[in-house]
Design a protein around this ligand. Structure first.
Ligand SMILES: *Cc1c(COP(=O)(O)O)cnc(C)c1O
Length: 426
């Protein structure tokens, strides 16, 4: 289901003209479709319905309070990786007893905060962290629910910066340490082993890594129970693919097909932590062309969104579809192909870095100053990774549902940029 669509050479988000939003709220502008977010969340919930999964939306992919509240209202739970994200989830009115907490560097204050909120479980990434949780739980007279994060040494075949389930990266622990720490939990009155956690990386456009992970989870849970653990949760993380280019990501039902048999056999509750696949294609970044220039045999389109807004192309070499908001040509089915009437164009921002681009050598129709561009699939890892580099205020965010438009984050002002700074006193 696509909710950003062209009708008569005009881009719509749901029932609203994107050009009207740009006029009202200015650019760069983040536009989200509420119904797309809900649709993608429900697609996952429905695909795994047989085992009544707890879908914990990964807050780090897009943490806007209105989006958290929207998902919370639909019955979604949350996966957090910091005290700040837990604070956001609380603020959005979520039931924190269904929240899971991952991350390799949880501080004492964050552990205390999470225990205070009675979270569902900590995804523990090391022995040192397990010891810290035990110590803090003891001081609060509590039993801390934990899952040990297994690094299953599965190659998810994704970008080097986003693969997490392979030997040699900082996440989780190998099976020997996992089993040793499980013994330690059993002997510790302040810890309870709720389950096993894995997160393989992102985005993963094949189902095999998940099948391997689910199979591994079944083996591990069986062993843990034989040792006397009450373990009854399997958390397979997130990382589900997203259609950045076309239809490269399998639908949720395909992932479910390979995962469900193992979960049913293990007789476990299933937790999932999807982020990108829920909000990625529900968001777009709208920008306005400032100048065009030809230099060194290349055509550059300089527009007002930059790497401080969307860093993914610079950071991960990622591909985002880009097309005008009011195009003279219908959008192509293949954005990577040469297109009749188009010219290879570098779409760049105003920042003083050669890495500041949204696309390189992209075939686009002729563009001029004032034209609006849409960068698609920007709903996940867009705003959350944005910065004020070059002292650029961040753009506004709007949430569209049908014909309803809500401003969910104000555009930053110059005053916002300097708000936390103080003049040093001699
Ligand atoms: C980032 C992350 C996720 C979400 O990954 P997506 O690709 O956005 O689905 C889930 N779990 C953990 C532990 C993560 O670090």
């Amino acid at each position: 289901m696509e909710l950003f669509q062209y009708k008569n050479n005009e881009l719509y988000c749901e029932d609203v003209k994107v050009a009207d939003l740009a006029k009202e709220f200015g650019t760069p502008l983040w536009v989200y479709s509420a119904n797309k977010i809900l649709h993608e969340y429900r697609a996952i919930q429905d695909a795994f319905e047989e085992v009544d999964p707890v879908v914990c939306y990964s807050v780090k992919s897009n943490s806007n309070l209105s989006i958290l509240r929207l998902l919370n209202g639909a019955g979604c739970s949350f996966d957090v990786v910091s005290g700040g994200e837990l604070y956001r989830v609380q603020h959005a009115g979520a039931d924190t007893t269904r929240v899971v907490f991952a991350g390799v560097g949880k501080t004492d204050a964050e552990i205390r905060q999470a225990l205070g909120q009675n979270i569902l479980m900590f995804n523990v990434e090391s022995e040192a962290e397990l010891d810290a949780i035990s110590r803090i739980a003891a001081s609060m007279n509590r039993v801390a629910p934990v899952a040990l994060r297994l690094n299953p040494d599965i190659d998810a075949k994704t970008h080097a910066k986003t693969t997490t389930g392979k030997k040699g990266n900082k996440f989780g622990m190998d099976i020997e340490r996992h089993n040793a720490l499980a013994d330690k939990v059993l002997a510790d009155p302040n810890l309870e082993l709720r389950g096993i956690h894995m997160h393989l990386g992102s985005p993963i456009n094949t189902t095999d890594p998940y099948e391997a992970a689910a199979k591994k989870a079944l083996e591990v849970v069986t062993e843990l129970r034989a040792k006397g653990h009450q373990t009854n949760w399997v958390n397979l993380g997130g990382g589900f693919g997203l259609n950045y280019r076309g239809t490269e990501a399998p639908p949720a039902t395909e992932y479910a097909k390979v995962i469900l048999p193992y979960i049913k056999e293990a007789e476990c509750r299933l937790a999932l932590e999807p982020g990108r696949s829920v909000c990625g294609n529900a968001g777009a970044l709208i920008s306005e062309v400032i100048f065009t220039k030809r230099e060194g045999g290349k055509l550059f389109v300089i527009q007002d969104a930059a790497m401080n807004d969307l860093v993914r192309p610079a950071m991960y070499d990622s591909f985002h579809r880009i097309w005008p908001v009011n195009p003279k040509l219908a959008p192509p089915t293949d954005y990577e192909a040469e297109i009749e009437g188009c010219e290879a164009t570098d779409v760049v921002g105003p920042i003083c870095e050669s890495g500041d681009y949204l696309a390189k050598g992209r075939h686009l129709p002729p563009l001029q100053r004032g034209d609006l561009l849409c960068t698609f699939s920007a709903g996940a890892y867009g705003t959350v990774m944005s910065s004020n580099y070059n002292s650029r205020p961040r753009g506004a965010e709007v949430l569209v549902k049908g014909s309803d438009v809500q401003l969910i984050r104000k555009r930053e002002s110059y005053a916002d940029l300097i708000e936390h700074e103080l003049f040093a006193l001699k």
